[in-house]
Ligand binder design. Structure first.
Ligand code: S3P
Length: 425
């Protein structure tokens, strides 16, 4: 549990830790490549450590030091059957992506995870991976983990996903590495494309056109040097803090600005936020430094194709909307209900308790901004993005805000509170 007070102002620089999605993929693809993969700025968060442990359990040697990770890959067919159940912890990305890999292995495996993972929907990967020929059984019969996977020789398919989910897309593409022909995935809106970019870097024959990605089987993947950019989803809390706290000015260094992830920047600017991109670098995954200054925000409508590009940022965007003038409407975001917590219900409950006019809808929320916020007691529901969003809300709320389960930030940003503290004047 942690207690927070309203901030005077925030000033200074913050360097954001490595991107969670890219860190996971570096470990997975490095494990399936021949030779050594070196990863710098790897995110040492609990979710990514779950991915490392899972591949170690399948015989991959992974050296983890503060400076770099070395993954001694054993090629596409080099994994051993795990001797025990694989523990995914809290990580949806580990669970769904690894399922795609396990579907093509000549062995059986069982995956489980924490209470939250055991409630998250897995039918979305069970369906396409079964169509490809694997057997995936939800042991409790509820389409959630624990899952028992019997790998098999797989068939290439063209999968039309009902959800815009990079986890589903990636699971199918990874299984496609083990298929007997091409595998295609078409999604309703483009989700983050880190799998496509990085698998190509490792040597896979993978092409993308619009909302369809296509992979050819049996590539020879080769170990790479991967430098992980800062995670825009973690930067989002400092973007919001810089915009909302009076007098604030924050330089956020080395942030990944891949266009499939940068919806927060577009929305913040459309709301009237003063954000300047500096030192842009477009070699590989694009990055920039972000200079953020306190701004008067106004409400906007957020819907359609932009939603997957800011799906993890919607809780903190809710806090921005609460402080903006006018109404913000968020639609087409039903996926919020099946994240680490039900982020529609949790945001409505606690942002409402802070005095905000917020109404939940079937696929989003309506927020009438401008009411003053006051402190309250928030339960993180063991959701890292809920804890960080309300830590930022506390900076502009009158009185004290208490966050129960605050240490869940370890999932994606272990030094979050320290970094925030350093900026506070
Ligand atoms: C992720 C994809 C997103 C996101 C999650 C990480 C990934 O999930 O919410 O935090 O690394 O592929 P979906 O693709 O299922 O929406």
């Amino acid at each position: 549990m942690m207690k927070f007070q309203k901030a005077n102002t925030l000033k200074g620089e913050v360097t954001i830790p490595g991107d969670k999605s890219i860190s996971h993929r570096a470990v997975m693809f490095g494990s399936l490549a021949e030779g050594t993969t070196e990863v710098t700025n790897f995110l040492q968060g609990a979710d990514c450590l779950s991915t490392i442990e899972a591949f170690r359990q399948m015989g991959i040697t992974i050296e983890n030091t503060p400076e770099r990770i070395l993954i001694h890959g054993r090629g596409l067919h080099g994994l051993n059957a795990p001797s025990d159940v694989l523990d995914m912890g809290n990580s949806g990305t580990t669970t769904r992506l690894i399922s795609g890999i396990l579907a093509g292995q000549p062995f059986e495996s069982t995956l489980t995870g924490d209470a939250s993972i055991q409630k998250r929907p897995m039918r979305r990967i069970m369906e396409p991976l079964s169509m490809m020929g694997a057997s995936i059984v939800s042991i409790n019969g509820n389409d959630c983990a624990p899952l028992h996977i019997t790998g098999a020789p797989l068939h290439g398919i063209h999968y039309h996903s009902k959800v815009a989910s990079a986890q589903v897309k990636s699971a199918v593409l990874l299984a496609g590495l083990y298929a007997d022909g091409e595998t295609l995935v078409t999604e309703p809106s483009l989700s983050r494309n880190h799998t496509e970019i990085m698998l190509r870097t490792f040597g896979a024959d993978l092409t993308s056109e619009g909302r369809t990605a296509k992979v050819c089987p049996e590539p020879r993947l080769e170990g790479q040097k991967i430098h992980v950019p800062g995670d825009i989803s973690s930067a989002a809390y400092f973007i919001a803090a810089g915009l909302l706290v009076p007098g604030a000015e924050i330089l956020i260094k080395n942030v990944g600005i891949n266009p499939t992830r940068d919806g927060i920047l577009k929305v913040a600017q459309e709301m009237g936020g003063n954000i300047t991109l500096l030192n842009e670098n477009h070699d590989g995954e694009p990055t920039a430094d972000l200079l953020v200054k306190h701004s008067r925000l106004h409400g906007v409508v957020i819907e359609g194709d932009i939603i997957p590009t800011l799906i993890d940022e919607l809780p903190i965007i809710n806090i921005m909307a609460a402080c903006a003038e006018g109404t913000t409407v968020i639609r087409n975001a039903a996926e919020l209900k099946v994240k680490e917590s039900n982020r529609i219900d949790v945001m409505v409950q606690y942002l409402g308790a802070m005095g905000c006019d917020i109404t939940g809808t079937e696929d989003g929320m309506v927020i009438v901004g401008g009411r003053p916020l006051h402190g309250t007691e928030v339960d993180s529901h063991m959701d890292h993005r809920i804890a960080m969003s309300f830590a930022i809300a506390s900076l502009i709320a009158e009185g004290e805000t208490i966050i129960k389960g605050s240490d869940v930030v370890n999932i994606s940003y272990p030094n979050f509170y320290k970094d925030l503290q350093r900026l506070s004047l």
